[in-house]
Ligand binder design. Structure first.
Ligand code: HEM
Ligand SMILES: *[C@@H]1O[C@H](CO)[C@@H](O)[C@H](O)[C@H]1NC(C)=O
Ligand SMILES: *[C@@H]1O[C@H](CO)[C@@H](O)[C@H](O)[C@H]1NC(C)=O
Ligand SMILES: *[C@@H]1O[C@H](CO)[C@@H](O)[C@H](O)[C@H]1NC(C)=O
Ligand SMILES: *[C@@H]1O[C@H](CO)[C@@H](O)[C@H](O)[C@H]1NC(C)=O
Length: 331
């Protein structure tokens, strides 16, 4: 049975595979479930415990970590580059307006790393910690459980200039979103599936205000936005407000549950961003939104599989990259 088949086969199969993973052979340049099975058997448990601790203290940690993994993977692959601090000679990804101040959950990655360095020094990469933490965040918000192929290594480069070149913008239409995901070898359907992550978490008003005041209709809001919902958002996000702390929930119905409410919101013209509502403007993506809204079981499985694929974008393996000692600093 080929490894290629393992990686692309169903999530259910991956779960089964993980039981056997300590017996499996290490293959060059491929991630594998249970990579730390012998070198650091408690790795995934430690990450899960730290995510749980963070989540109990602040549920926002879960959406924060899911988004952080996405922002890591889309810029230079899933190499932990989003975790690196800026230095006097380099402004890092972390300080792009797409990440700062909105990304959250860094302290969870750091506390997991500190424990893992004490337990198995120099073994578990920050990129893998983040991939595990995103998976645990999905599980803790009642999403689908899935196994994470691991063995990623950490990158040594993080450039602010690469963020806007690679992270899709909230004003993007469906054509540009599709292109942005295709650039990462993800399909349009995976784009629609992964957008469902917007069923948890929050947004700063700065990512919504482009839809609230700049249109010629009666209330000045984007006509593709439900007018009652637009009115609520206008109250929560006053025009010209300079308060960068103002936030709104992405899915007001169940902001910390990974369910298909996102798709129901989009169908009700209550998708928060232009990039959410635009999924109804193309017949293929609109069909997928419809299907997902009606079939939670289907979406959950597709979401887990798409997270696994996203987690394999341009990964460093083998002897490439490094295992960072401190996730915020290159060795
Ligand atoms: C399709 C293109 C996407 C666009 C344009 C987009 C844009 C955004 C924006 C603007 C925010 C609000 C950030 C803030 O102001 O605090 C956000 C939040 C979020 N995004 Fe996306 N996103 C996209 C895809 C994804 C994907 C693929 C994932 C993960 C699989 C994801 C997960 C999240 C999560 C969980 C939040 C909430 C973060 C929190 O509560 O801290 N997004 N996204
Ligand atoms: C999507 O946006 C691009 C770039 O702004 C534009 O050229 C294109 O016409 C738009 N497509 C649609 C279907 O609106
Ligand atoms: C996409 O796939 C092509 C062909 O396999 C590969 O050369 C390229 O590096 C991949 N790109 C990403 C971002 O994974
Ligand atoms: C309002 O629309 C104009 C023209 O499309 C644009 O230049 C401007 O940036 C928009 N303002 C806001 C707050 O989105
Ligand atoms: C990691 O590096 C950052 C930045 O230099 C520092 O503030 C932090 O204390 C370090 N963490 C640990 C656990 O050493």
């Amino acid at each position: 049975m080929s490894i290629k088949m393992n990686i692309h086969s169903s999530v259910r199969f991956l779960v089964l595979f993980s039981v056997l993973s300590c017996l499996s052979v290490q293959l060059e340049a491929q991630l594998q479930v249970g990579f730390y099975c012998e070198s650091c058997p408690s790795a995934e448990r430690i990450v899960r415990e730290e995510v749980m601790k963070g989540f109990m203290n602040d549920k926002g940690v879960a959406p924060g970590l899911v988004r952080m993994h996405f922002h890591d993977c889309f810029v230079r692959g899933c190499d932990g580059s989003v975790l690196i601090d800026s230095t006097s000679s380099n402004t890092a990804e972390k300080d792009s307006p797409a990440n700062n101040p909105s990304l959250r959950g860094f302290e969870v990655i750091d506390s997991a790393k500190t424990r893992l360095e004490a337990e198995c020094k120099g073994v578990v990469s920050c990129a893998d910690i983040l991939a595990f933490a995103a998976r645990d965040s999905v599980a803790m918000t009642r999403g689908q459980r899935y196994d994470v192929p691991s063995g990623r290594r950490d990158g040594r480069v993080s450039l602010v200039s690469e963020v806007f070149q690679n992270i899709p913008g909230f004003t993007f239409n469906v054509t540009r979103l599709t292109q942005s995901f295709a650039n990462k070898n993800l399909t349009q359907e995976e784009m629609v599936t992964l957008s469902g992550a917007h069923t948890i978490g929050r947004s700063h008003c700065t990512s919504v205000s482009n839809r609230l005041y700049n249109f010629s209709g009666t209330n000045g809001a984007d006509p593709t936005l439900d007018s009652k919902y637009a009115g609520q958002l206008q109250q929560q996000c006053p025009q010209g407000s300079t308060n960068s702390n103002q936030v709104v929930p992405m899915d007001p119905v169940s902001p910390f549950i990974t369910d298909v409410n996102y798709y129901q919101d989009v169908l009700a013209n209550k998708g928060l961003f232009t990039s959410d509502q635009t999924l109804l403007t193309d017949s293929n993506t609109a069909n997928e939104v419809n299907q997902n809204a009606r079939n939670q079981f289907l979406w959950m499985r597709k979401f887990a599989a798409a997270m696994v694929n996203m987690g394999q974008i341009e990964v460093l393996t083998g002897t490439n990259g490094e295992i960072r000692t401190n996730c915020s600093v290159i060795n």
